[in-house]
Design a protein around this ligand. Structure first.
Ligand SMILES: [Zn+2]
Length: 272
């Protein structure tokens, strides 16, 4: 992994702890990945739960989202949320889509969002799944994507780069990418057959580690980063945020660890 930038920076504001990518901070791009710190949710999902789908009462995640908006000076009406389907569809966000999935009806199913509209915040939700935040300084465009194992295997990262290329004229060698925190390669136990299908797909031994009795460990962060190289993104322009959502109980929600009790973190990026 030595080719990639590794790590993220903590940013504390109003009692919230947000994680930032040094690569995107350098370009003054407003972005982040939320942690549990600072929210109002009770009990097993205590903290800043931003899952809108796992509970009937939307007032809880909305209250937490308000805290995030105050902390980051975002307007809730300008947020656009992916409509997660564990696929690889990329949706181009226009000014008319402001608020979709938050204050107005959801977008059609999609796991990736790109835009050139200023003032819009692209948002994805995560409870172990990996994902991306992207910025192209040349075409002034941004992207955000959710990448579970299905989306990762379907190369949603490549689709994001292709979409920015085709729809905005971005060149892959200019695009900066943060690969988001996820369940790590030492924790993500899957069926060996699934892990081997990743090995076949990406042809790099580091995407999996064999275990015994038909199981193996899958490194979804690494698979997400690898496919960016296939698309022509430069390794020095890739930042692996490299935190484990399953191990760091105090900081993150984890579906693998907590099942239906898990809340969700948000990743977000805004073109000011
Ligand atoms: Zn781990």
């Amino acid at each position: 992994m030595s080719n990639f930038n590794i790590g993220c920076l903590p940013y504390e504001v109003n009692g919230l702890l947000l994680l930032k990518s040094p690569l995107l901070l350098e370009k003054n791009i407003k972005h982040g990945f939320t942690t549990r710190k600072g929210g109002i949710s009770p009990g097993k999902r205590s903290g800043l739960n931003l899952s809108f789908s796992r509970y009937d009462d939307p007032s809880e995640p909305i209250s937490n989202l308000k805290l995030l908006c105050e902390a980051e000076k975002l307007d809730m009406k300008d947020i656009v949320l992916v409509n997660h389907e564990h696929g690889n569809t990329i949706f181009t966000v226009e000014a008319s889509h402001r608020g979709r999935g938050i204050t107005v009806e959801p977008l059609p199913p999609c796991d990736g969002l790109i835009t050139r509209e200023r003032g819009i915040t692209l948002m994805t939700l995560h409870s172990d799944c990996c994902g991306y935040l992207m910025y192209d300084p040349k075409t002034k465009s941004i992207g955000a994507a959710h990448a579970g194992w299905r989306g990762t295997k379907k190369r949603i990262g490549c689709n994001m780069i292709d979409a920015m290329k085709e729809r905005f004229g971005a060149e892959p060698q200019n695009i900066l990418v943060a690969v988001l925190p996820s369940i790590c390669g030492a924790c993500y136990e899957v069926d060996e057959a699934l892990a081997e299908s990743f090995l076949l797909e990406f042809k790099d031994e580091r995407v999996m580690k064999p275990k015994n009795s038909g199981k193996a460990y899958l490194d979804i962060e690494y698979a997400c980063a690898l496919q960016l190289l296939e698309s022509g993104v430069l390794p020095e322009n890739i930042q692996l945020m490299h935190r484990c959502t399953m191990e760091e109980t105090e900081l993150f929600y984890s579906y693998r660890r907590d099942g239906l009790d898990a809340g969700a973190m948000a990743a977000y990026i805004t073109l000011s």
